[in-house]
Write a protein that binds this ligand. Structure first.
Ligand code: 4AD
Ligand code: MG
Length: 491
């Protein structure tokens, strides 16, 4: 049978450091390419710590000044990019099994060590954010982006294995799926002198798409259309929200995974979400051991700098294992409100927003209280009041709540939002009218309820919030390569 697995043949002569560390290549002549992290020299020898991105570990290159010319050795400074040929030998020093004895070094890219912003010392994450174009060359960010990759790969693997189809939903849309009005406009009109209608409003009929358009806040509505044909689908794409939230959990541009399934009810949806989240976390644990061990130590050091009572009970790796080994707690919004209202935290007025009545939206402090203090487990909260949720959620028999689910994670708060969808045309149209959602513009969406409607459900996982959880980083700006937040779009 023909195999479609890529061959292991390399297309250049480079051998990856990961390969040398994983295979026994002692005695072999080979070529490495990578960036200098540090160089230590004395009269007789130079030791270069090289990193090539394939793995967190630097590889030691030994350069003898009798073999490598002095002017070349001088240029092997922190930040420079090198091509090194040599022989792998068992290392005499502690700290590594083997090292490369260089026979030839070519400087691929020089770097001025005086001006290179990444000095071989610990830099603050705030400083590294200002040099986001270079920060991936640090251990921390290298680890974060390798883990991010593994999680993305796990997402596709999971759904592919389950027979879901990957749908690419549009980035430019004319709708605001969540109805929150936090969209970025897309236009080619001349902003300093836009065409106007008779009543003085901007005339979007003269715009590129002949209508008002924006960047999508969610691929769900289009995902639902696809689910009405392919039954089980998912999207994984960028989404955009112009909410002015300067928090450690919000981005203006983030990636969202949105499965949508025909024939699923609310409980099927919860079961899928829990299984999916556990799968991708387990995948990262199994495939990113070195990076997660590094990040675990990093997180432990961060914890040490906090006051004792604020320190996390579990280390990063312990926390990840705990989540995959335990059932998530499932309860309704109404039950959660009772717990919160009667909590000592509420009575002693420790919440910034006190819980007084049924119907109020939960703030992240409440979500985190439930997960971190009360249950000490991930929580699936269901059946929220209809007044605080989107128009498309299925209305429950009580007339007050909808079949919503939010999944709350320790240290993060809401990581997933989803629901069973309202498949009944009359109920959906009525709700849209109540919430002033234009039914005419969304008539294509309502068509799925006119022709062959069926119960269906789905959810959205904020990808960066998942990367944040798995890497143990504290700020969402540090788990996406080039974060977009209010006031920030430099790189
Ligand atoms: O709860 P949200 O708004 O749900 C939806 O967009 C639905 N259409 C999803 C669906 O049912 N298909 O967003 C889903 C998730 C949140 O739980 C959160 O993890 C993440 O997206 N998210 C953000 N992540 C980073 N920055 C932001 N500004 C985010 N807003 C939401
Ligand atoms: Mg939500």
């Amino acid at each position: 049978m023909p195999s479609f697995t890529p061959t292991q043949m390399a297309f250049n002569k480079r051998v990856k450091i990961k390969t040398i560390l994983e295979q026994d290549l002692i005695g072999q002549e080979l070529t490495l390419m990578g960036w200098v992290r540090t160089k230590r020299s004395n009269k007789n020898v130079s030791f270069i710590a090289l990193n090539d991105g394939s793995i967190i570990t630097n590889y030691q290159v030994v350069a003898d000044p009798n073999v490598i010319a002095e002017d070349i050795l001088k240029k092997c400074s922190t930040g420079a990019c090198l091509k090194i040929t040599g022989r792998v030998e068992a290392s005499q020093g502690a700290g590594q099994q083997s090292e490369l004895i260089a026979s030839q070094i070519e400087i691929l890219g020089e770097s001025d060590p005086e001006k290179y912003p990444l000095q071989p010392k610990k830099h603050s994450l705030e400083f590294l954010r200002e040099i986001a174009h270079l920060r991936m060359r640090t251990n921390t960010f290298g680890a974060v982006f390798r883990v991010r990759h593994a999680l993305a790969y796990a997402v596709h693997t999971y759904f592919n294995t389950k027979g879901f189809f990957y749908i690419h939903t549009p980035i430019i849309t004319a709708s605001d799926a969540e109805g929150a009005g936090e969209t970025f406009k897309v236009t080619t009109l001349n902003l300093s002198n836009p065409p106007k209608t008779e009543d003085g409003k901007i005339d979007y009929s003269q715009d590129f798409f002949e209508r008002e358009t924006n960047l999508t806040v969610s691929g769900q509505l289009e995902g639902e259309l696809a689910a009405m044909a392919l039954a089980e689908v998912y999207t994984f794409g960028p989404t955009f929200r112009a909410e002015n939230s300067n928090t450690t959990r919000h981005l203006a541009e983030f990636w969202m995974i949105e499965p949508e399934m025909a024939f699923y009810d609310a409980e099927d949806n919860q079961n899928l979400a829990e299984d999916f989240l556990k799968y991708i976390i387990r995948y990262a644990l199994e495939h990113c051991a070195e990076d997660l061990t590094f990040l675990d130590q990093r997180a432990a050091e961060e914890e040490q700098s906090k006051p004792t009572e604020q320190r996390a009970e579990l280390g990063l790796l312990e926390k990840l294992k705990f989540v995959i080994e335990n059932d998530f707690v499932r309860l309704t919004y109404t039950e959660a409100i009772d717990i919160l209202r009667n909590s000592n935290h509420n009575k002693k007025k420790k919440f910034s927003y006190l819980i007084e009545e049924w119907g109020t939206d939960l703030q992240s402090e409440h979500e985190r209280y439930l997960v971190e203090k009360h249950f000490k487990k991930p929580v699936i909260l269901t059946d929220y009041p209809k007044g605080i949720k989107a128009f498309y959620m299925r209305q429950n028999e009580d007339g007050k709540t909808v079949a919503a689910m939010d999944i709350l994670f320790p240290g993060i708060g809401e990581i997933v939002g989803g629901s069973q969808r309202e498949e009944r045309l009359d109920k959906l149209s009525q709700r849209m009218e109540e919430m002033h959602i234009p039914t005419e513009e969304l008539s294509w969406y309502l068509d799925t309820r006119r022709f062959g409607a069926t119960p269906h459900a789905g959810f959205g996982l904020g990808f960066e919030r998942m990367v944040l959880f798995v890497t143990g980083m504290g700020n969402i700006r540090d788990v996406i390569a080039f974060p977009r937040t209010p006031g920030n779009a430099e790189f």
